[in-house]
Design a protein around this ligand. Structure first.
Ligand code: CA2
Length: 152
């Protein structure tokens, strides 16, 4: 059987703390819980997930560069790098893969500095405010995009 297309799921700084603090904003799921849900959801859609988290900008950039030859799409929650990282934006633009940006919280109901995403410039779409389900909806969106690409 052919290898399932890989979706790189990238998580930025401090998301390793999920579930331990600020549950009123980010929910009670740990990042491990979200990874499990993504894996199960992806499998049902014939996709495989490569789920990663880093607190280091350069590491995230490196993983995006490597995705070019390995992955079929990228889901990114760049967390604190969302509004600051031109380097991550440039990597996402260069990789030429469909990108969906996800945020657990509704950034538009929060401080104004959270609302200007650089990452959105490279994203096909953005999902925010739906908690961990946002990652699953992003997988659905990529599954659909990849199917459309295949049919074209
Ligand atoms: O809502 C999101 O997913 C964010 O990307 C999360 C980022 C924040 O900087 C963005 O504006 C919105 C913060 C991730 C930090 O996660 C924590 C989780 C638990 C405790 C402390 C931080």
């Amino acid at each position: 059987m052919a290898q399932a297309p890989i979706i790189l799921v990238l998580n930025g700084p401090n998301l390793n703390l999920l579930g331990s603090r600020e549950p009123e904003i980010y929910g009670r799921d740990t990042l491990g819980d979200i990874e499990t849900r993504c894996r199960e959801h992806a499998q049902k859609r014939g996709l495989a997930v490569d789920f990663r988290q880093s607190n280091h900008e350069g590491e995230l950039v490196g993983w995006v560069q490597e995705a070019r030859d390995r992955a079929s799409g990228i889901i990114v929650n760049a967390a604190g790098y969302t509004t600051t990282s031109v380097a991550l934006l440039d990597a996402l633009l260069a990789v030429e893969l469909p990108v969906v940006e996800v945020h657990l919280s509704n950034i538009f109901q929060r401080e104004s500095f959270r609302q200007h995403s650089l990452i959105s410039l490279a994203a096909k779409g953005v999902i925010c405010g739906l908690g961990a389900s946002g990652y699953l909806l992003a997988l659905d969106a990529l599954a659909r995009l990849l199917r459309t690409e295949e049919e074209a």
